[in-house]
Design a protein around this ligand. Sequence first.
Ligand SMILES: Cc1cc2nc3c(=O)[nH]c(=O)nc-3n(C[C@H](O)[C@H](O)[C@H](O)COP(=O)(O)OP(=O)(O)OC[C@H]3O[C@@H](n4cnc5c(N)ncnc54)[C@H](O)[C@@H]3O)c2cc1C
Length: 453
Amino acid sequence: MPPPTSPAEPGPARTAETVIVGAGPAALALGTLLRCHDLGPVEVVDPGAQWLHTWHHRFASQDIAHLRSPAVHHPHPDPFALLATCHASELVRSGQANLPTTAAFARFTSELVDATGLTDAITPASVIALRLLDDGEAVLELSDGTRRRPAHVVLATNRRLPVAPPPLQPAATDHPNVRVGDGCDVRTTPAGGHVVVIGGGLSAAQLCSGAAARGARVTLVARRRLAVRRYDTHPTWLGPRKLRPFRAEPDPTVRSRMLAQARGGGTMPHRARMRLEQLAAAGQLHLRQRAQITGVEAVGDRLRVCIDGQDTLVADALWCATGGQVDVASDPLLSEVQQRHPLAVAGGLPDLDAALRWPGTNLHLTGAAAGLILGPTAGNLIGHRRAAQRITASMRDLDPERADRITTGAGACPQLGSWPTSSTAAPARRTGVAAARTGTTTRQARPTPAGSR
Ligand SMILES: Cc1cc2nc3c(=O)[nH]c(=O)nc-3n(C[C@H](O)[C@H](O)[C@H](O)COP(=O)(O)OP(=O)(O)OC[C@H]3O[C@@H](n4cnc5c(N)ncnc54)[C@H](O)[C@@H]3O)c2cc1C
């Protein structure tokens, strides 16, 4: 625990009503809802300088063609808003749901940013410190040397510590051909080379497919047998059946265990699993299930990778798609908050109040960090929408627990005028929407039973 710091008294003059730190989909869901309810000026601080730049980077680096989550999950409060902009050819069928293509989602979010007038809300900087005044108000220090003291601060940084397998800690991760988490990028595939991918989730599967498509030989090493699941969290977690007992549980440690159980380890949809089978049948992929990396050493530019202490592979690249963990205790932006307003933390997550606020402060957290309140989908698009609903409800003096009943559904955002249905949806797209809203997709139109990612 770092030594206590003195409060940032007297603090700079009041700035924008709300400052959101981070410009990912969680921030966009909140920025949109703030606009929908006319809740004052919004400033968004992100060094990436563009909305969803991290999202776009991840989708490009894994060559992802479509989302894992259904088209009713996105940053607009009306679940049907994305479908209204999609042509039928931009929806990929998955069971009873339709998944938007990466391009359709990118176009929709870009139009949403325009429609909400949030394009220029971004300040291209990092928040490097978060200080607290004596009354619990947060003061932000930015990398450009300026400070902010807004009425509300929302952390949407999605800070995660990458989880690398033990033999890769710490020295091997420094090797230029060893990549972890967001650093794995199929566009860097050594053509004709050998790529070893570690992991058992959808990201691992996508990296294998992307590397194979670029002419590499691939070995996938997974600790467990590969598990097939349509979404990363079972759809029952979107409704009251699972959420009610979760929210009623007073002990954050028990809730944290429920989260871990609900998300389990990595899983992949059937389609991704089938693609791996095809690559294996074609001799492009060697699948090593229930196997572990036990050693890695550099051999010039290449790597010698030992599996289960027995087999040795020589690889040109080693990619660890082994996930990441939220840990607020180690987040430097939250160190002063934790010292001055100690809060129960379980599984790395803080036990926030119902408005996702750190009690005693004007600081809210959204995204995966709000998991102890929102449940296992907190880090997904549907969780971002629910977080935005809770935060804006509290700003409007409404009950955050009942937020989703207040703000969802058609007409959830009259401030955006006729967008998206009549102004931007071309007739051909509307045909797609009509198809999406009826017949085979009628069930998907109900947001509750659809899954998370
Ligand atoms: C490959 C992949 C595919 C996914 N697909 C889906 C899907 O199909 N459906 C679904 O529901 N979920 C999906 N998810 C999960 C989740 O929706 C995404 O991870 C999403 O990007 C999380 O959004 P976010 O806004 O919380 O964080 P991010 O998108 O990670 O954005 C956080 C932002 O905060 C900024 N930031 C960080 N620190 C600071 C700082 N100190 N100061 C200022 N800015 C800062 C970063 O630059 C970044 O832009 C996927 C995740 C991954 C990894």
